[in-house]
Design a protein around this ligand. Structure first.
Ligand code: FES
Length: 196
């Protein structure tokens, strides 16, 4: 039985956990079954990459490409399949900003941080976007609706500074243009909400 320490007068009393308490503890530690869609994505990625040297990175990319993020509950499954420790897999996921641990936000802003845009005010645009959204790069707006990410050249250098909004490129983005794009996002959401 597992020893449980309880404070007592003049030191600690030791109480043994009951079988019921131990069962409950073990149940809480047991891995939760994966959601079917998550399990399908992870199993497909494992099947594709488990026997490849250095397969962890492409496997994680495959999971994120499919689900939009790498759910925390999949890390032990991936680790076991590749013969790695959970800490190793967690270390890789948390090291690279590209890998997300939560489902993607409803909207995604990608600001170009490459040279041509830098020379045309990308830093000022980033500062404005961060103030507008209330978050930093790799973060999420205060209302949770918009995620803010960097991107490195969208091929719109002649129209710098540039950004992507939900996969749509925009050039010559001033602070005012950024605000109006965000206002459009909110208007469309409001209209859809009203129509629902
Ligand atoms: S440097 Fe920004 S689009 Fe090319």
């Amino acid at each position: 039985m597992q020893a449980v320490q309880e404070p007592g007068q003049g030191g600690h009393e030791v109480r043994l956990a009951s079988p019921g308490e131990l069962r409950e503890k073990l149940r809480s530690l047991a891995p939760k079954p994966l959601d079917p869609a998550v399990a399908e994505a992870v199993n497909a990625a494992i099947a594709a990459w488990r026997h490849e040297a250095g397969g962890l990175m492409p496997l994680l990319h495959a999971v994120q490409d499919c689900l939009g993020y790498v759910p925390a509950e999949t890390l032990p499954v991936i680790a076991k399949a590749l013969g790695l420790s959970r800490a190793e897999v967690h270390g890789v996921v948390s090291y690279y900003h590209h890998f997300k641990s939560n489902p993607p936000a409803a909207h995604r802003v990608e600001l170009c941080r490459a040279e041509a845009c830098q020379s045309m005010g990308a830093d000022a645009l980033l500062a404005h976007a961060e103030a507008h959204l209330g978050c930093s790069l790799h973060g999420r707006s205060v209302d949770g609706l918009v995620e803010l990410e960097p991107v490195y050249c969208l091929g719109l250098c002649a129209s710098a500074p540039s950004m992507m909004l939900d996969g749509q490129p925009h050039g010559r983005v001033s602070a005012q243009r950024f605000d109006s794009l965000m206002a459009e996002v909110r208007e469309v959401r409001a209209a859809k909400g009203a129509a629902a």
